[in-house]
Design a protein around this ligand. Sequence first.
Ligand SMILES: [Zn+2]
Length: 335
Amino acid sequence: MKEQLHKIKQRGLEDLEKISNMKQMRSFEVQYFGRKGELSQVMRRIKDLPKNERPALGKLANEVKQALNIARSKAEKSLTSKQREVSVIDLTWPSQPHRLGHLHPLTQFLDKVMNIFTSMGFEVLEGQEVETPEYNFDLLNIPKNHPSRDAWDTFYVEGGMLMRTHTSPVQLRAMKKKRPPVRLIAPGRVFRHEATDAGHETTFYQCEGLVIDRSITVSNLISTLEQFLKEVYGPKVKIRVRPEYYPFVEPGMDVDMQCLICDGQGCSVCHQRGWLEMLGSGMIHPKVLSNMNIDPEKFSGFAFGLGIDRLMMLYHGINDVRLSYSGDLRFLEQF
Ligand SMILES: [Zn+2]
């Protein structure tokens, strides 16, 4: 029996060396360590031996079992690491499907807007989102009692600061260092304390523009904005301007675009009006020029504000502004 145990050990070690996969490893375990395995059978027979032979053989059987077990776990370790190596370099494995993302439709549209204006010689500026009332309102000729200053319209934060309601402060701050002639646009996020619905969000994107030079006129303003709208929506674009009041411009005007869906005949997109309100603009108020330390007698300029979300929605035919901020992939994957 002693010899038999030595044989089992030797054969077991040899068998282990031949094992090349986990299936063979499992059948090895059954063969040697299983309840009906060779070792178990030998060990069961030990109790039938004469009493004086039992301890030595029992000890030997345990040693053989232990030795085989140590060798087995070593072999299993090297087998799994070998398999891992194989899987790393196995070029026949099907690859994991990569889901490639893309820019948000708002970012894509903003890029388009910036490209158009930079091609016209505009400089792109960025600035802080937390502002002082001075830069957000005062220097823009917005009176102290103007409703937009109300806490129900503007988010106020600590220290008398506020979340900017437009990107005009960026231009005001830039004009502390710059002198005309300037052509600037300031794209970025702005914040309004508003109830959200299909047409309103508390956070949205704006792109404001500013041009100051000698003898800038309303026709410069109209032609620039008409050119911009044609670049975005196509050469068939027709525009009209309507007088509108904004405290920081004089005169102020809104620019409408003839509805491209009904050619001005009236449809649900344009609410049967035939025209779509596109943006606000105007000639910079002399007081605002003075606030920038620019002599309104020598220089003039125009300013405009684009609601990027709204223009993007018209561009793609989207009817709910909240979709842009929903993070819903079913929406985002369409662009
Ligand atoms: Zn229409």
